[in-house]
Design a protein around this ligand. Structure first.
Ligand code: GCU
Length: 668
């Protein structure tokens, strides 16, 4: 029975007979023109995919023999590609973009998958397979595509002992504690390639300096070797105090010549082992991690010493903006106030990475005010694929609709239309190195993500990193068809179920942008509203206004600063993030805050139960093993959502003493 190991690359025979016939005529053999490892991966994937989808042996050849050849290559590797496509056409799409076209006439019927770069060919091959997996017509196949974001990164929070920080799907797929290459790495890199993810950071941002020892670098180099054929560039998280810890330097002051020399030598050592190493990710002066401010230096000073060390090798430093150490009572302003003055001071090969919201990956936050505020700085948007604050691998919480709204947020930095997607993608300010980073939900569980349906978050993240303008509906539809099949009685209900699940989770956990009401012990899972210290007997929320609060709302440009500042205009879903209000305050919806809290918690639980029923209804098309495993998670989710509802409703009833108008049976 299917165990989920294949994720969305199952390649089962195409169900629709008409389509299968169409494909069988269009694709008869694979012609690889070029020998590079990445081109070999592309050809091997096509052979494997087509053989599975068409349920027949698809051979590989050096030259097209009959109709239906799929020709792969670059203009430099293939005379045929030069012949089949107009000169120069490919240049427009860059080395990661591609042209995928069916060329007919003169007795020819050839499908060409071409790019100026090997990676582009690989991505084109996966694109072709996706079209077949989702049963699209290929009669007039003509796709031209390129990634919007130069950086499409998956971050691992994997530790040297193979535990995974905030991981809910087993241990590290890299198996760092076991000598030799983990057998999972090759398959893992293949999944990344199928989404066009081109970089991965293989260790935790809370970085153990030992990753930079000669011994560990050999292990890391073996991983890089296994990823290279799939076009994935490896990066490492670096601990800022590494010069002290590893080589007993008296300081890690970034302006100290000895420290500069240390990073230069370390970079040379790493590049000696991994010539195409991507560079370092650094979490500094955050949650106890060392950093430049200890020496009176700025975050830009810290980033630049490492940027300078990797620059001669073509590397990057990605520097996280996740800091909250100004401790004036509102952490949501800290990163902004720390980083804004540094705009323009980061090296060209440095990138500042900010989480989507100003606090910490909560189910609802306003978009981080740093986006759009640093026009002279490369930036990446950090999303959390692993469900730290959104139900771990137990609750269904499909995050693509939420990420879409973050990407679409208009910063107004260069007038209307300056969306977050355009800021990080580079089209707003012309930044060269920007894009998306996602904190991975992959572990060594057999199905990679623990919950089978959490695979949709990994898939959706990768697709949005490639093209943030893809709709949530399209991404969801693709994932379902590729993962389970294309039967309409399956696709329709599952699409609706997935698309609604983030709102469902928000409903039974965190109302009106109040933030996480989870236990203060750091489990980020169980309800414990009192520990959030966000409510008392008369009111609830966090006053972040300029007029009477912390001033956070003033960090946004027009019109958001006005919209957020005023109770008249603040959107209901962010009310309690921005304002402190009495329980009887009326929302735009017409309900009181208290009634909204009661209603959403009852409705959220009911919606979760509805998702469970939807899942039960699709059993015939899903297959028994995966179905049963997900059903078990739903049972646990419903039990936990019930606990959430009861805890939150009771808590706010106790504080507000306002009766639930709808549920008269709630006893005083
Ligand atoms: C959260 C998370 C930590 C993580 C941190 C980070 O606070 O709980 O485990 O290290 O984010 O992003 O650095």
């Amino acid at each position: 029975a299917e165990d989920g190991y294949e994720l969305w690359l199952r390649y089962r025979p195409v169900g629709n007979p008409g389509r299968r016939t169409e494909y069988t005529l269009a694709f008869t053999h694979v012609v690889r023109q070029g020998k590079s490892p990445v081109l070999q991966s592309a050809a091997a994937e096509l052979t494997r995919g087509l053989s599975g989808l068409l349920d027949r042996d698809i051979p590989t050849a050096d030259q097209p023999s009959e109709r239906g050849a799929v020709v792969l290559g670059t203009p430099s590797s293939s005379a045929l590609v030069r012949d089949l496509l107009p000169a120069g056409e490919l240049d427009e799409f860059g080395p990661e973009g591609f042209v995928l076209r069916r060329v007919r006439g003169g007795g020819k019927d050839i499908v060409v998958v071409a790019s100026t770069g090997d990676r582009g060919v690989l991505y084109g091959a996966f694109h072709l397979l996706r079209l077949l997996q989702t049963e699209q017509p290929v009669e007039r196949l003509d796709v031209r595509d390129r990634p919007t974001n130069p950086l499409r990164v998956l971050n691992h929070w994997d530790n040297i002992n193979d535990t995974v920080e905030r991981g809910y799907s087993g241990g590290s797929i890299f198996q760092w504690s076991v000598p030799g290459l983990s057998p999972l790495v090759g398959d893992y890199a293949r999944y990344l390639a199928s989404l066009g993810i081109n970089r991965t950071v293989v260790n935790n941002v809370n970085a153990n300096p030992q990753f930079l020892t000669a011994k560990m670098l050999d292990e890391v180099a073996a991983v890089a070797d296994a990823m290279r054929p799939w076009g994935v560039t490896l990066m490492l998280s670096a601990n800022f105090a590494s010069p002290i810890v590893l080589d007993r330097l008296p300081t890690a002051d970034p302006l100290e010549p000895r420290v500069k020399a240390w990073w230069r030598d370390k970079a040379a050592e790493v590049y000696g082992k991994i010539p195409d190493f991507g560079g370092f990710l650094v979490k500094a002066n955050s949650e106890g991690q060392p950093g430049p401010t200890e020496y009176g230096r700025t975050h830009a000073d810290g980033a630049n010493v490492i940027a300078e060390a990797v620059a001669p090798h073509g590397g990057l430093v990605i520097w996280r903006a996740f800091v909250y150490d100004l401790s004036d009572g509102d952490v949501s302003t800290d990163a902004y106030r720390t980083f804004l003055p540094l705009d323009g001071r980061f090296a060209d090969n440095a990138v500042v990475q900010a989480k989507y919201g100003p606090v910490d990956f909560h189910v609802r936050e306003p978009v981080h005010p740093l986006f759009g505020a640093m026009p002279r700085t490369n930036m990446t948007l950090e999303l959390q694929v692993t469900q730290e604050h959104t139900g771990h691998a137990t609750h269904l919480c499909y995050l693509v609709p939420w990420w879409k709204s973050v990407l679409a947020f208009d910063t107004y930095a260069k007038g209307a239309g300056t969306t977050v997607a355009r800021v990080v993608g580079g089209s707003a300010f012309g930044s060269v190195h920007g894009g998306l980073a996602g904190v991975s939900n992959f572990g060594d569980d057999r199905n990679w993500t623990g919950h089978h349906l959490a695979g949709a978050n990994a898939y959706g993240y990768g697709r949005l990193a490639w093209d943030p303008s893809l709709s949530a509906e399209q991404i969801t539809d693709e994932w379902i068809r590729m993962t389970f099949g294309s039967h309409p009685q399956l696709v329709k209900p599952l699409t609706a179920m997935l698309l609604g699940s983030w709102a469902t989770f928000e409903d039974y956990t965190s109302p009106l942008g109040v933030g996480n009401l989870v236990a203060g012990n750091g489990d980020h899972y169980n309800p414990d509203p009192a520990s959030a210290q966000i409510a008392d007997g008369t009111s609830v929320g966090f006053d972040r206004t300029v007029a009477t609060g912390t001033g956070f709302t003033g960090l946004y440009r027009e019109p958001w600063n006005q919209i957020y500042e005023s109770l008249e205009s603040v959107p209901d879903e962010l009310l309690l993030f921005m304002h402190r209000v009495p329980y009887a305050h009326r929302l735009h919806s017409g309900k009181t805050v208290a009634q909204h809290i009661y209603d959403t918690h009852f409705e959220g639980l009911a919606a979760a139960a509805g998702e469970h029923r939807t899942w039960d209804g699709v059993e015939p098309w899903v297959g028994s093993r995966r179905h049963a495993e997900v059903a078990e998670r739903f049972v646990a989710q419903i039990a936990h959502a019930t606990l959430w509802r009861d805890t939150i409703v009771a808590y706010f009833f106790r504080l507000s003493r306002l009766l639930d108008e709808r549920r008269s049976w709630v006893q005083v």
